[in-house]
Design a protein around this ligand. Structure first.
Ligand code: AMP
Length: 428
């Protein structure tokens, strides 16, 4: 079986690494991939951008690809799955109309309200309808979000009313390009976040292992929001009871609601959930794809064949499959370049990858490139090192052994990934 993975980040390296290990898979193509994907056995990078929908469909057609898995949201929002379906090519992901759940926060919030799925109260504005008086009537902190896609960075938690108004004005002024044409002003929710990712086949749902992401740049959850600086799986905040509530109050009504709205959802569906102290789940956001960096630790724990799960989903048979997990905790730490998330320093030579490859765990590449036989930085988030352990503390030690063996000029990463779960373990 030949598989095509679309994208070139850490999530796609993990997807390619996982499917390449499956005995039924003979070859994996990654478009465009990175220096990590091309180093995997059975894996070939192809030089087509993830958003070049027609070139990708041409490639899949002429190379008789049996299954395509889409990593990032961009090509989904652009209609990649619609185009593959038109050509009768098997492709796991939602159609463009359903991917709007991520592509437009305004659409997502209206969807949540319409289907009575719990979420923070909100109001959205365009530059023309913006009313600073509305913000003045709210409590702080208050959340200001660009409605469109902004690579996870278009969310600002404002501590004061003036800061919230200034942030909204900056978004309308084009700070995030067209993503900021519409801005959502949202109530700030208290609690602990979890990433709840499922596979869906239009009707049935297969929940994947839970995880927790760390969005802030710096230790102690300080600094700006990023695409994600680390993640671990499972997330202890999702107790069996919270798991049931998320399935009953969020996931099932969302999949039913999408089908009822004429947008049957096939693909990975990611719900970012704020779990309140009493276990009540509220949806922070939906993503129409697997998380990055959650994919990396989750796939390190997945023992079942991912291609079988995707095929079952494409056949509408997810109710007939089961999934096996490694019981250990997997913990991933993102190593980023100097300047991330505002800017990117490319071209720094990465040292220590061979040393890390001798250690237990796995280093997934994201923004990396091969140049003259060396691996160099080529994006903001460069690597995600993932270790396994019987406790979160053990996984943390295994992962930081990998991180400590790797270096380049200006590397930055958090030292406290998993801190909430670790303090639970030590009773803190
Ligand atoms: P989003 O892209 O909407 O998930 O927002 C990115 C991050 O901002 C989330 O993972 C949360 O950490 C934070 N956030 C977003 N919305 C809220 C909210 N209503 N209350 C508290 N934190 C939020």
């Amino acid at each position: 079986m030949k598989v095509l993975i679309i994208g070139g980040g850490g999530r796609e390296h993990a997807l390619a690494w996982k499917v390449a290990q499956e005995s039924r898979v003979t070859q994996v193509f990654v478009a465009p991939g990175n220096a990590g994907t091309v180093a995997e056995r059975k894996v070939v990078n192809i030089d087509i951008a993830a958003e070049d929908v027609h070139a990708l469909a041409d490639f899949a057609e002429s190379n008789r690809i049996d299954l395509t898995i889409v990593g990032p949201e961009g090509p989904l929002v652009l209609g990649l799955v619609d185009e593959f379906e038109r050509r009768r090519l098997k492709c796991f992901g939602p159609r463009a109309a359903a991917a709007r759940l991520e592509g437009s926060k305004a659409f997502a919030k209206d969807f949540l309200r319409r289907h009575r799925i719990p979420t923070a109260s909100y109001k959205f504005f365009t530059r023309e309808t913006f009313d600073p008086e509305y913000i003045r009537r709210q409590r702080t902190p208050i959340v200001v979000k660009a409605s469109g896609l902004a690579a996870g960075k278009g969310v600002v938690i404002a501590e004061s009313i003036d800061a919230a108004i200034a942030t909204a004005l900056r978004m309308f002024g084009g700070q995030f390009g067209p993503a900021g044409d519409e801005v959502v002003i949202e109530e700030f929710l208290q609690g602990e976040e979890a990433s709840f990712i499922v596979m869906a086949d239009g009707k049935n749902v297969l929940p994947l292992a839970t995880s927790q992401d760390h969005k802030r740049l710096k230790d102690d959850d300080e600094g700006p929001n990023t695409g994600g600086m680390g993640a671990y799986s499972p997330a202890p905040v999702v107790t069996p009871q919270v798991h049931r509530r998320i399935m009953n109050e969020v996931i099932s009504p969302a999949i039913r609601g999408l089908a009822a709205d004429g947008l049957p959802y096939t693909g990975f569906l990611y719900a970012g959930i704020m779990v309140a102290a009493d276990g009540t789940p509220n949806v922070l956001e939906f993503n129409c794809r697997f998380g990055d960096p959650e994919t990396q630790p989750i796939l390190l724990r997945l023992q079942s064949d991912l291609t079988l799960l995707c095929e079952a989903a494409l056949a509408g048979r997810l109710d007939s499959v089961t999934v096996q997990w490694d019981n250990r905790t997997a913990l991933g730490v993102v190593m980023a370049t100097a300047g991330y998330p505002q800017s990117v320093r490319k071209g720094e030579v990465i040292e220590g990858l061979e040393r890390a490859a001798q250690l237990p765990g796995k280093v997934f590449h994201a923004g990396t490139q091969l140049a003259a036989g060396k691996v160099i930085t080529n994006g903001g988030r460069v690597l995600c090192a993932v270790g396994l352990g019987d406790s979160v503390g053990d996984a943390h030690r295994a992962t930081y052994a990998l991180v400590d063996s790797i270096n380049w000029a200006g590397v930055q990463y958090r030292r406290d990934i998993g801190h909430r779960a670790i303090s639970r373990e030590i009773g803190g």
